[in-house]
Design a protein around this ligand. Structure first.
Ligand code: MLT
Ligand code: MN
Ligand code: ZN
Length: 294
C-alpha cells in the first residue's frame, strides 16, 4: 500500500498569496525551516500502478506534474489516475476537479451532500460534462481495490453552499483497507471535534492523516479573528486538553500525520516549540511529496 502526500496546507496554501504574517514572509523568502506547502490532497494506490486521488486541490496541476508516480502514459492520453474521492465540498478540496477536465471517463466518488453541491452551488458536474463525460458515483465499499469505510463528521457545509439542501454529513473521513497486505490508512483532513467512536475506528490503522489546521484554539487572534469565530471554522486544534494531540498518544503504534496546516499554525516552523511538542508526542508533519509505503 502506497500513499503520497500531494499537499499539506489548508485553503490558501502556505505561504498564502495575500499574507504578510511572519511565517508566510519567512517561507516566501525561502527560509528552510518553514517550507512552502500546497493545499492538501492525497494519492493512494495498492499496487503503485492505479492511483486514487483523495480530494482535488486548486494546486493539483502542480502536484501532478511534480509526482513521477502520477505521470501520464504509456498511451497518449493515459494516466494512472483512476478517479477522485471527495471528503467534503470545500473549495480547497474540489477546485482541482476543473483541472482534470481534459480526462475522459474520470470517476468521482462523493457523499450525497457533496454530490449535490457539485451540481448546484458549484456546478462542476455541469461544467466538466461540456469537456468530457465523467462517472459521478455514490460512495462504494470497494474503490480502486481498497475496501473503503466512511465515518460521518458532521454537517459543516462550505460557505458558498447556500442553496444545497441535501441531507446527511457534509464532511466525512475514509478508512482504506488493503485486504491483501492488511494495510489500513485513515484520511480525515477536516475534523471539527472528536466524535464518539472515532478512537476505535482508528484502531489498527498503520497511518492516520488528520486535520492539523490550527495548533491552538486562538491562534487567529493576531489576524483579528476572535476565538469563537476560529472555533466556528470547524477545525479541532492540535493542542490543549481536548485537542487531537492527546489522542495521538493513544495511537502510538500508528504514523500520526497532520495535514491541512493553516498559515497561522506554528508547527509550520521546524524551529518552534509547537513543532517540537508535536514531534515529541510521536506525531509528524511531513512536507509535500512525502511517500508513505508499508
Ligand atoms: C476550511 O477548511 O474551513 C475551508 O476550506 C476554508 C476555506 O474555504 O478556505
Ligand atoms: Mn479547507
Ligand atoms: Zn500568513
Amino acid at each position: 500500500m502506497k500513499a503520497i502526500l500531494l499537499g499539506t496546507a489548508a485553503g490558501g496554501g502556505f505561504p498564502q498569496w495575500n499574507c504578510t504574517c511572519p511565517l508566510c514572509t519567512r517561507s516566501r523568502k525561502g527560509d528552510p525551516a518553514v517550507p512552502a506547502r500546497t493545499q492538501d490532497g492525497l494519492a493512494i494506490s495498492r499496487d503503485g500502478e492505479r492511483w486514487l486521488l483523495v480530494n482535488a486541490s486548486p494546486d493539483l496541476r502542480t502536484q501532478l506534474n511534480r509526482t513521477p508516480a502520477l505521470a501520464p502514459g504509456p498511451g497518449r492520453r493515459e494516466t494512472p489516475i483512476e478517479g477522485v474521492l471527495l471528503t467534503d465540498a470545500e473549495l480547497d478540496h474540489t477546485m482541482g476537479l476543473l483541472t482534470l477536465r481534459e480526462q475522459a471517463g474520470l470517476k468521482v466518488w462523493a457523499p450525497a451532500t457533496v454530490m449535490a453541491a457539485m451540481s448546484d452551488d458549484f456546478p462542476v458536474q455541469h461544467v466538466t460534462a461540456q469537456y468530457n463525460a465523467w462517472e459521478w458515483r455514490e460512495l462504494e465499499s470497494n474503490i480502486c481495490g481498497f475496501t473503503v469505510e466512511t465515518f460521518g463528521l458532521g454537517r459543516k457545509r462550505p460557505r458558498y453552499a447556500v442553496g444545497s439542501f441535501a441531507e446527511g454529513d457534509w464532511v466525512v473521513a475514509y478508512r482504506f483497507v488493503d485486504a491483501e497486505s492488511g494495510g489500513v490508512l485513515v484520511y480525515a483532513p477536516c475534523l471539527s471535534a472528536w466524535p464518539p467512536g472515532f478512537d476505535s475506528w482508528l484502531d489498527s490503522a498503520g497511518c492516520v492523516i488528520i486535520d492539523g489546521t490550527f495548533f491552538s484554539p486562538d491562534e487567529m487572534t493576531d489576524s483579528g479573528v476572535d476565538s469563537t469565530k476560529q472555533a466556528a471554522m470547524g477545525h479541532l486544534p492540535i493542542d490543549g486538553p481536548d485537542g487531537s494531540l492527546v489522542r495521538a498518544r493513544a495511537h502510538r503504534g500508528s504514523h500520526w500525520i497532520y495535514t491541512h496546516l493553516n498559515n497561522t499554525n506554528p508547527v509550520l516552523d521546524k524551529t518552534s516549540a509547537a513543532y517540537r511538542r508535536v514531534r515529541h508526542s510521536g506525531a509528524e508533519v511531513p512536507v509535500d511529496g512525502t511517500v508513505l509505503e508499508w
